[in-house]
Design a protein around this ligand. Sequence first.
Ligand code: PLP
Length: 423
Amino acid sequence: MTLTEKDSQYLWHPYTQHKTSQTPIAITKAEGALLWDENGKEYIDAIASWWVNPFGHSNKIIADAVYKQLTTLEHVLFGGFTHEPAVKVAEKLMEILPENQQKIFFSDNGSTAVEVAIKVALQYFFNKNEKRTTIIAFENAFHGDTFAAMAASGISFYTQAFQGMFIDVVRIPVPVKGQEQTSFEALESAIKNNNCAGFIFEPLVLGAAGMVMYEPEALAKLIQICKKNNVLTIADEVMTGFGKTGKTFAMDYVSEQPDMICLSKALTGGTIPMAITTFTQDIFDAFYDDDINKALFHGHTFTANPTGCAAVLASIDLLQTSVMQNNIERINEKHLEFQKKIEKHPKVITARTLGVIFAVEIKSNSEESYYGSMRTKLYNFFIDKGLVLRPVGNIVYILPPYIMTNEQLQKVYNTIEEAIEMV
Ligand SMILES: *Cc1c(COP(=O)(O)O)cnc(C)c1O
């Protein structure tokens, strides 16, 4: 039996209707921006394996750091104990995060990073004896698949089976160009009509919605409205963090600082599942009390796993090298050139770029759903050509590992142009 056949006997895949989906491709090896399947076919990983892998697959520097940590201290419980890798990660993050961020809390994935932030926002007001139980989020947001993260997410087919079982969330429009005022007014009115505890947002780019982009000034204004009303702000940088937008964090473009930040995905360079939620001192202080009930009773068995921490430290070092910073700039310039070339194409609605993120919306005769027919046609076309791209409806986006070569990038662009002609 091939790997794929054995897989279909036992395995249940994420976001997959097994009755109608194609069989998964068995990948046996990866290096740099390339993947190879069990038949030796080569693929360019143009989405960094769901946005996690900036420095290339099977990165030797991260692997060595992980091996060294595995053979020194692989894991110890974080309840009542601490260790150097966790302390070093905290020190490193303090250097690069917006300066109001003072405390860090570990968990295991983007959803748990969000779950922690939302629970902290709710308990912050509980601890202060203030009744605030509503969370504000963007329409079409994606914050993960655990319960509070789902509640905050607005993409309906992810969450429709669970409607009526969620914490209270009010949704406001994303302040894309031309919609800024509508978004500001919706936020004002959400705050006026509900007891709002927090506002969670994907800063500058909504990833799963199809790389929807909006301006830093609009986000600054939304944060100001929250601050004026004592509503806590949560920047979900799970996708945008660690260089994707061209700066270390998307919030580095924004004049206002958030109360909390969620990190995961590229945090460990795409190697080990880990996440971090960061907080201001003021938030930490609301839990700091003689009363044990005011503590944050949240934790995970593998909290602050030292091996994960070692991967974080190696990854941030890599990100800060001039080679990597130049790579980010190089890809951004190439994207902008390609955008200029393609945005006038009669079948293109619009194209956009921020940092290493590029997206193009293709004209279609029918309303394109997330996993609709155009999406399937495009996806199969790319796979056939040896490219891993996962279009969202009629939106094709690129989010390459920063080490992707110009030749590989050119192949991605050429294939996207062919695809636009094809559909
Ligand atoms: C992927 C993602 C999450 C969820 O992260 P998981 O590790 O998949 O749980 C949350 N927020 C954003 C913005 C994401 O892109």
